[in-house]
Design a protein around this ligand. Structure first.
Ligand SMILES: [Zn+2]
Length: 256
């Protein structure tokens, strides 16, 4: 009886630990894609995303990943959703390889925002970023989200130096040192003032090196203003890029 009791206790402890581990690493539900992009997406058919134009995109690309870099080089939708983004939580130093939102299946974003410079440019509109005119996509209301961020931050003049001048929004390019399409290509990302920014590549680190030291000078109030309007911040990544914000409402849907 005593042994049975001990066994039961052990089972309970193991199952609680298992639940805890699952909760902390639980992937984002694909339903968040539907909520974030209702103009494009119709529904889910088991594990396939169905677009309004009839296109069907399996959540899994069907290929095993060979390395952490491979996950970023050719992510599928499951990979996009694998790491929950901690929107509207206090700023913290990300753990090794914690990069929520950094994996972008290019075909998914190409289909919404444009798959060439000309296609993307046809959707760009001018947004007033504290007196600076910047180009942003009007697709999915990304421009309206950026305007809302600017409105929120307009009441905080003490934060202005972090925000301006913006180091850029739209630019069709790949991420430096990789073949991956940058979110700037789709007109959904903005870089803030580089003078108060930190970027892992500026210190000569190799990607996924263990010794990338985290640095950040961006105040939480700036980060939260973006996050509450559907942006993710590069400062929440192990590969930190603290000037960088991009419109990713499938991942950032907090209230703060
Ligand atoms: Zn950027």
């Amino acid at each position: 009886m005593k042994r049975l009791g001990a066994l039961l206790t052990l089972l309970i402890v193991v199952s609680q630990a298992g639940v805890g581990a699952q909760v902390s690493q639980k992937a984002v539900s694909p339903q968040h894609l539907l909520s974030a992009y209702p103009q494009f997406l119709k529904g889910l058919d088991q594990s396939t995303l169905v677009w309004k134009d009839g296109t069907r995109t399996p959540l899994s690309g069907g290929h095993p990943f060979t390395s952490a870099a491979d996950r970023l080089d050719r992510p599928d939708l499951s990979e996009l959703l694998r790491q929950p983004y901690p929107s509207c939580t206090p700023l913290h130093t990300p753990a090794y390889a914690e990069d929520p939102g950094r994996a972008r299946p290019a075909a998914f974003f190409d289909k919404m925002y444009g798959n060439s410079p000309a296609a993307v440019r046809s959707h760009l509109v001018s947004v007033n970023w504290f007196g600076q005119r910047v180009l942003f996509s009007r697709v999915n209301g990304a421009n309206l989200a950026l305007e809302a961020v600017a409105r929120d931050l307009a009441t905080r003049p003490e934060l202005r130096n972090y925000l301006t001048p913006s180091a850029g929004t739209y630019l069709w390019r790949v991420v430096a040192g990789s073949g991956r399409q940058s979110a700037h290509s789709w007109g959904i990302a903005i870089d803030l003032n580089t003078r108060y920014s930190d970027y892992w590549q500026w210190e000569g680190h190799k990607e996924f090196a263990r010794n990338i030291g985290y640095k950040n000078r961006m105040p939480q109030a700036v980060v939260w203003a973006f996050e509450r309007h559907g942006f993710v911040w590069g400062g929440r990544w192990y590969h930190h890029d603290t000037m960088h914000f991009e419109f990713r409402p499938e991942l950032s849907f907090g209230a703060c």
